[in-house]
Design a protein around this ligand. Structure first.
Ligand code: HEC
Ligand code: HEC
Ligand code: HEC
Ligand code: HEC
Ligand code: HEC
Ligand code: HEC
Ligand code: HEC
Ligand code: HEC
Length: 455
């Protein structure tokens, strides 16, 4: 008897969903005629490559039909297509949009609606979907992960609960308590297949959280070359003549979305962003303020202040500049997750990092820096070491000499050699070498403090 009651309630709820679904359809068809057109241009609405849930109940619905995501016809044929069961989901989606109780990550398919299709295992999409990471799709690196769920289940990732929370509190015009964190960066009704057209940003997959109802990167004015005329695209994988994002000769970012404006919708110098993963607020990122040592990030619009020890393509940039470069966030970061801490790409500027960076307080940041900056091997020393830049470069070494009392910075450790110092003590977004003033930790050497902006 009890189960009968449950079934009755479920039937009632499904009836309500049907009504809701019709209303939903009406809203879109009446209030968004233009949106409907754009939907058919989108990756999901695409008649040849779009959504197609591999379930018998929906077999008569054409590829791209809304019903492959919105359960408008749950009761047709008297059955509910996979995944079935559970309470009805918000927005009439075929599964719950997002599991807000998973605050720490390590995601299951059921934690996020999108993962039902965007995964390498058990995708409900007919024929499955392959999504590589940014390093492969736009950098050309050998493939590692092949699904979005897989990308998020790596050493570091955008914590979906934190993104959800931040978006709910800051972008409430479109992001509600029942919204999906992926939707903070993507509009599922508009996102296009950039992966199939990597050199054509009119196929962009992203929408700015401050402009959710349109795509970002598709129009002129929305490209890296619009953000700055000083963008030098990194080399494409294993190439010394072609560039990201599509292995072509275009080098100024005119063929990629302006990722700096995109990421700084959230990561700017005013927003306070909490990270459950890191257990603290994130460093604020100032990508725009000029002013040298007192300005913003030197990889951003603030210019480097001294002569660089930089590799190609920067050293002989076809832009015709030798300093003042502005980088894209995605030159160094993945958008979803990575085998390194801090979403650092596994492949940068045409080559793989020498190894994974698995801790924050470490000397192995050199794997990343060394993809673009010259290590000691360019100056008669060892690969992977950075003594020249800090001690020997006659132009601009911050600690020329090397200075005496090596241990004040390098610490002890017998056996000759000077143990390298964890790079992040000085090098991070917004950082300088003020750790030299702090007696609670090495390096401690107040008289050698330079105050130079170290990122
Ligand atoms: C912080 C912003 C952000 C969040 C959150 C985010 N993405 Fe992305 N996503 C991006 C960016 C940036 C790209 C790469 C740029 C591009 O393709 O133009 C991307 C690319 C993609 C792609 C294309 C991958 C390919 O094959 O090239 C898919 C699919 C995707 N995201 C799905 C998702 C899903 C599903 C979620 C949630 C689980 C999600 N994204 C969360 C920013 C985000
Ligand atoms: C890839 C799956 C997918 C497809 C296909 C899809 N939608 Fe959606 N739709 C969503 C998701 C996810 C949301 C919830 C957005 C959020 O998290 O805030 C949504 C929300 C909506 C909403 C609520 C308003 C809004 O935009 O947030 C309407 C209306 C809607 N969809 C209608 C449609 C119609 C009509 C179609 C077909 C023309 C369609 N959808 C196709 C996934 C999809
Ligand atoms: C019913 C299956 C299904 C669901 C659910 C689904 N997608 Fe997709 N998605 C697809 C398919 C199919 C494509 C096109 C695949 C291809 O190009 O190989 C696609 C493509 C995309 C792209 C464009 C990627 C590119 O090629 O550059 C983005 C972005 C994206 N999806 C995001 C999302 C987000 C965010 C959600 C959840 C709100 C979601 N998808 C839910 C099936 C789905
Ligand atoms: C030259 C490579 C590089 C570029 C370009 C870059 N980053 Fe980073 N980013 C790093 C490194 C290295 C770290 C780890 C050190 C740190 O935490 O600052 C990091 C860390 C971060 C963090 C975590 C900060 C924290 O609290 O520890 C965020 C957020 C971030 N980056 C966002 C961005 C955004 C947004 C952009 C573009 C506006 C960007 N990054 C451009 C290298 C880069
Ligand atoms: C919708 C807002 C939003 C956008 C857009 C966004 N982020 Fe984030 N980001 C967050 C939140 C919230 C966190 C804190 C959660 C976390 O640490 O994962 C975060 C954390 C990070 C971290 C630290 C991750 C860690 O825990 O190790 C990095 C690095 C980062 N973002 C880079 C980027 C880059 C690069 C972009 C552009 C492609 C971007 N973000 C766009 C909201 C956003
Ligand atoms: C994708 C290439 C790339 C990577 C990776 C990279 N950098 Fe840079 N870096 C540059 C470029 C290009 C400049 C010059 C910026 C300018 O001209 O304003 C620069 C400038 C700098 C400066 C300013 C130097 C000065 O003279 O003012 C510092 C410090 C720096 N980088 C440190 C690092 C560290 C530390 C790492 C590793 C954690 C790193 N960079 C990783 C490309 C990169
Ligand atoms: C003000 C702090 C400071 C002092 C004092 C200092 N160094 Fe350094 N040294 C650095 C920094 C910063 C680096 C670059 C990070 C790294 O590689 O440890 C470096 C790098 C090196 C390296 C390369 C380390 C490696 O294995 O990659 C050697 C060798 C070195 N220093 C030797 C010395 C010697 C010898 C002395 C004393 C005569 C000395 N340093 C004093 C800050 C200092
Ligand atoms: C004690 C602080 C400190 C530590 C620790 C440190 N650096 Fe530096 N580093 C600096 C300063 C200061 C500069 C000069 C910035 C400038 O030119 O304005 C610099 C410059 C650099 C540059 C830019 C060089 C150029 O001219 O192109 C790179 C790359 C770099 N460091 C890598 C590293 C690496 C890798 C480590 C760790 C193995 C490290 N640093 C550790 C203080 C430090």
């Amino acid at each position: 008897m009890e189960t009968n009651v449950v079934y009755a309630i479920q039937r009632k709820i499904k009836e309500k969903m049907k009504v809701l679904a019709i209303v939903l359809g009406l809203i879109l068809s009446f209030s968004l005629p233009a949106g409907a057109g754009n939907y058919s241009l989108s990756a999901h609405g695409d008649a040849a490559n779009g959504v197609k849930r591999n379930v018998t109940e929906l077999s008569s619905y054409v590829q791209g039909n809304c019903a492959h995501c919105h359960e408008q016809h749950a009761s047709i044929n008297g059955a509910e297509p996979t995944p079935s069961g559970g309470a009805p989901s918000g927005f009439c989606l075929f599964a719950d949009n997002f599991n807000t109780t998973n605050t720490t990550g390590s995601y299951l398919q059921s934690d996020d609606f999108c993962f039902y299709c965007h995964t390498s295992l058990n995708s409900l999409q007919s024929g499955g979907i392959t999504n590589y990471d940014y390093s492969t799709t736009f950098g050309g690196a050998t493939a590692s992960v092949t699904g979005i769920l897989d990308a998020f289940n790596q050493t570091s990732f955008h914590n979906l609960y934190d993104v959800y929370n931040f978006a709910k509190n800051n972008f409430s015009s479109f992001f509600t308590a029942s919204s999906n964190p992926c939707v903070a960066c993507h509009n599922p009704h508009l996102a296009r297949r950039n992966k199939a057209n990597p050199t054509d940003p009119s196929y962009t997959a992203i929408s700015r959280p401050t402009a959710h109802s349109q795509l970002w990167g598709d129009d002129s004015g929305e490209r890296m070359s619009d953000y700055t005329t000083n963008y030098q695209a990194p080399y494409y994988y294993n190439s010394t003549s072609t560039y990201e994002p599509g292995n072509t000769a275009t080098y100024n970012g005119s063929n990629m979305p302006d990722y700096d404006t995109f990421c700084t919708d959230c990561h700017n110098s005013t927003n306070t962003i909490y990270s459950t993963t890191l257990g603290r607020n994130l460093y604020k990122i100032d990508w725009v303020t000029a002013g040298g040592e007192s300005g913003g990030d030197k990889h951003g619009q603030n210019s480097a202040t001294t002569s660089l020890n930089i590799k190609d393509p920067f050293a002989t940039s076809p832009l015709g500049i030798s300093i003042g470069f502005v980088l894209s966030c995605l030159d160094c970061h993945e958008p979803h997750g990575s085998p390194n801490v801090m979403l650092i790409r596994r492949e940068v500027n045409g080559g793989d990092l020498a190894g994974n960076i698995t801790a924050f307080d470490t000397v192995y940041w050199s794997y990343l820096c060394g993809r673009c900056h010259k290590d000691d091997s360019y100056y008669g020393g060892y690969a992977g070491k950075f003594e020249y830049i800090h001690h020997l470069d006659p132009d601009d070494a911050p600690y020329p000499g090397p200075p005496s009392r090596c241990g004040w910075c390098h610490g002890g450790g017998g056996g000759g050699g000077k143990p390298p110092i964890p790079c992040n003590r000085c090098h991070f977004h917004g950082g300088n070498d003020s750790c030299l003033l702090d007696s609670s930790n090495l390096p401690y050497y107040p008289s050698l403090y330079t105050g130079r902006r170290c990122f």
